[in-house]
Design a protein around this ligand. Structure first.
Ligand code: MN
Ligand code: MN
Length: 391
């Protein structure tokens, strides 16, 4: 290959420059990461309405540490990576067929969404009641803080998102059964279980975290009967199977303690935005929002009051964050459907729609406040449309 051929780009693209249409800005000759700039057109050239000092509110799982084990992997976005995200932390995990996230527990509640594949989840509560169920794509689970649990992939393997109600949580810092065994003398284990100390010679010498195992048999073969019965409130919910609220441009499925009673500390919405549509201008009157983008690409602008606004490019695999009460919207800027989860450390989902607020306020007042045209006043909706798209 001659020099000319070697230097010719194999995939032609226009190198983007930090220059706005009105001429503001100027060329960037480097050093620079052009691939990242191509992914972040609204960071390179922010909308002219962006202004002021708002902190980073987006972080990609692609920029995190990967924990690779025999049996699967995990990575997490916590307050260490995204300092503003103090209320919730997230873990993205994948297990190979039969792979196990070992028996463990922690001080935080765990909410999860299955992205693909299937898994068997187990838990036991303080009354000696148990819960053993299989989850598939689009299903949720919720393990209340302090209760022990496990996750094992079924025949396809699986990938899921875990969300914890504490931004400083780390999944690598939980209480594990193997870790406790490793740090308990054999004679104490012998006394506890009533078996000889040699029984424990083969125990793991440290936390396993994720390990490889055989694919488990059918659910019926895993049944364990408790004399105290099964846990009465299901730890599982079929979110994707739930009938969504459909509006022009997309759909929303809301899940909180009203339809998934055990999920007392984490509420969520699964949002679908078609190309050209947007999650309407709104805010949440109860808590910060932690987002996980499942697929597609878009941009989110956050309004922080006092003249501040900032736009973040988002795509599948990103986490976004919006502080309590800050105004925001999310636009689909790509050619495929944008799917994301909005999550809140709350027992209920709540949002305030800018459009609905204006429609339910005396017209003269709204008109005078914004010098609004009759056209705008006529377009206001008393009914909330979480996702909108107009011709
Ligand atoms: Mn856990
Ligand atoms: Mn929101």
């Amino acid at each position: 290959m001659d020099d000319e051929a070697r230097n010719r780009p194999t995939r032609p693209f226009k190198v983007p420059q930090p220059v706005r249409k009105d001429g503001a800005g100027g060329p960037d000759f480097g050093p620079r990461d052009v691939l990242r700039d191509l992914e972040n057109p609204n960071m390179l050239v922010p909308p002219a309405t962006d202004a002021g000092l708002l902190p980073n509110m987006r972080f990609s799982f692609s920029d995190t540490h990967m924990q690779l084990n025999q049996g699967g992997w995990s990575r997490e976005i916590t307050v260490r990576d995204l300092p503003i995200a103090t209320t919730l932390a997230g873990v993205n995990m994948s297990l190979v067929p039969g792979g196990v996230r070992e028996l463990h527990w922690h001080q935080q509640s765990e909410w999860a969404y299955m992205i693909w594949g299937g898994a068997r989840i187990t838990s036991v509560d303080a009354q000696g009641r148990n819960f053993i169920a299989d989850v598939e794509k689009g299903d949720l689970w919720f393990f209340p803080a302090g209760l022990p649990h496990s996750i094992q992939a079924l025949s396809e393997g699986c990938e899921f998102l875990l969300v914890f109600d504490d931004g400083s949580f780390s999944d690598l810092n939980t209480l594990s059964i193997s870790d406790w065994f490793a740090h308990t003398p054999s004679d104490v284990l012998a006394a506890n279980f009533g078996v000889p100390a040699e029984t424990f010679e083969g125990r793991p010498d440290s936390q396993l975290y994720i390990f490889e195992d055989r694919v488990p048999g059918p659910l019926a073969s895993a049944a364990v009967e408790s004399p105290y019965g099964t846990i009465p409130l299901s730890f599982k919910h079929k979110l994707l199977a739930q009938e969504p609220l459909r509006t022009p441009g997309g759909s929303v499925r809301i899940v909180d303690s009203s339809n998934f009673p055990i999920a007392r500390t984490i509420a969520a919405a699964l949002v679908e935005i078609e190309p050209g549509a947007m999650r309407e201008m709104h805010w949440h009157p109860n808590d910060d929002e932690w987002q996980y983008y499942l697929s597609g690409q878009g941009r989110m602008t956050v309004f922080g009051g006092n003249g501040t606004a900032r736009t973040y490019d988002v795509r599948g695999g990103d986490v976004g964050y919006v502080p309590f009460a800050f105004g925001h919207y999310v636009q689909n800027t790509g050619t495929e459907t944008l799917w994301f989860l909005e999550m809140f450390r709350s027992d209920r989902f709540a949002d305030v729609s800018l459009n609905q607020w204006m429609a339910l306020t005396p017209r003269d007042l709204v008109q005078a406040n914004l010098n609004a045209t009759p056209e705008l006043m006529g377009a206001l909706r008393k009914v909330k449309w979480p996702v909108v798209k107009y011709p």
